[in-house]
Design a protein around this ligand. Structure first.
Ligand code: FMN
Length: 164
C-alpha cells in the first residue's frame, strides 16, 4: 500500500537514536522513510553550482509522492541537526530556481519528530519555531510535533502521534 506520508530523517549517524526511533514509528504506522544520509547534497549556494547534486531529484520525488512530510531530527545544540538544516536551506532552490516545485509544497502538511535525552516538558526553548515558520512561509499546514526521550526505549512501544 502506498503511503502518502514520509518521514525524512536527518542525523549525524545512520544507526543512532533517531534512526532507531523512526524505525519503530515507521513500522507501527506504515510510513515510508527517507534517510538524508543516503543522499549527497551540499549546503545552499547562491550561484546554484550544486544544482546537479541529489537535492533536486530527492525533493521532487518527495513532492510528487507524498502529502505529509514528517521531519525527524535529533536535537543538536538546541536546534535541528546540521544535515536537516542543510536540507531546509536548499528549499531556497525551490523558491529561486525551481519555483514551480516550490509552489507544489503549498497545501502539503508538515510535522516534526525530535529526540534528545530530555523529556518534552524539559525543553525550555521553542525548538520547533524554524519548522512552524518554514511551513507558514512555504504555505504548508503545520500539524505538530512529537518528542522522544532517547533514553527511554519503552517510548517507542505503542506510540501515539497526535498529529496523524
Ligand atoms: C553535536 C551534538 C549536539 C547535541 N546537542 C544537544 C542539545 O542541545 N540538547 C540536548 O538535549 N541534546 C543534545 N545532544 C544529544 C542528542 O540530542 C541525543 O544524543 C540524540 O538522541 C542523538 O540522536 P542521534 O543518535 O540520531 O544522533 C547533542 C548531541 C550531539 C552529537
Amino acid at each position: 500500500m502506498m503511503s502518502n506520508k514520509v518521514i525524512i530523517v536527518g542525523s549525524s549517524r545512520k544507526n543512532g537514536n533517531t534512526t532507531r526511533i523512526i524505525e519503530a514509528v515507521a513500522s507501527q504506522f506504515e510510513i515510508d522513510v527517507v534517510n538524508l544520509s543516503d543522499h549527497n547534497f551540499s549546503y545552499y549556494d547562491y550561484e546554484s553550482t550544486n544544482r546537479n547534486d541529489d537535492f533536486l531529484p530527492l525533493i521532487k520525488g518527495i513532492i510528487e509522492k507524498y502529502d505529509t512530510l514528517i521531519f525527524a531530527t535529533p536535537i543538536y545544540w538546541y536546534s535541528m541537526s546540521g544535515i536537516m538544516k542543510v536540507f531546509f536551506d536548499r528549499f531556497s532552490d525551490l523558491i529561486r530556481i525551481e519555483k514551480e516545485w516550490g509552489r507544489k509544497l503549498r497545501g502539503k502538511k508538515m510535522a516534526v519528530i525530535s529526540n534528545s535525552h530530555d523529556f518534552e516538558s524539559e525543553l525550555d526553548y521553542n525548538f520547533y519555531i524554524p519548522f512552524v515558520k518554514s511551513a507558514e512561509y512555504l504555505g504548508m499546514d503545520y500539524l505538530g510535533s512529537k518528542h522522544f526521550n532517547a533514553d527511554i526505549p519503552e517510548e517507542t512501544q505503542n506510540i501515539e502521534l497526535a498529529f496523524l
